[in-house]
Design a protein. Structure first.
Length: 163
């Protein structure tokens, strides 16, 4: 079957099997390997991407279900060579060790900060509770997300422009 969707702002059309998972479509058909594939059971959260601005575990979504929709991967966080504050926060606060869970954590963190720009530690823990990190013990991940929230709070967002 043929599927068309927008991925990180670009429309893509590919011929796929109907049973192909979105995680495999992203990695194998589009070459976007930032999205990791971990468990195929929705337990680990390494494969989180956004579908129509909502985080989803791409190992449990068929690529065909994303047809006509908008998908954003971890590669889509960086814009014009500038890292998203969440990405920068993971660098600044050492929010990763092996890096396997990092893309999913970042996508979940970005969704959290878009909804709640100043989350408490408890709200951060709740947001990332569907994801497993086997290396860090979560403290550096939480600090990374807090860093990103603080960074965004100090940089006012300008809507529109004066002409």
């Amino acid at each position: 079957m043929q599927v068309t969707m927008s991925v990180n702002g670009e429309e893509v059309t590919k011929e796929i099997e109907g049973r192909l998972l979105l995680v495999h479509f992203i990695r194998d058909h589009l070459g976007l390997t930032g999205t990791h594939w971990g468990c195929d059971t929705s337990n680990c959260g390494t494969c989180v991407v956004w579908m129509d601005d909502e985080p989803v575990k791409s190992c449990t979504v068929l690529a065909a279900m994303a047809g006509g929709r908008t998908v954003r991967t971890v590669e889509g966080l960086e814009v014009d060579g500038v890292l998203d504050p969440v990405q920068q926060g993971f660098i600044e606060c050492h929010g990763l060790q092996c890096g396997f869970c990092t893309p999913g954590m970042m996508m979940t963190a970005r969704a959290l900060l878009d909804e709640n720009p100043n989350p408490s530690e408890e709200e951060i823990r709740e947001a990332i509770s569907g994801q497993i990190c086997r290396c860090t013990g979560y403290s550096t991940i939480i600090r990374s997300i807090q860093w990103a929230a603080a960074k965004e709070a100090e940089t006012p967002v300008t809507v529109g422009s004066a002409s």
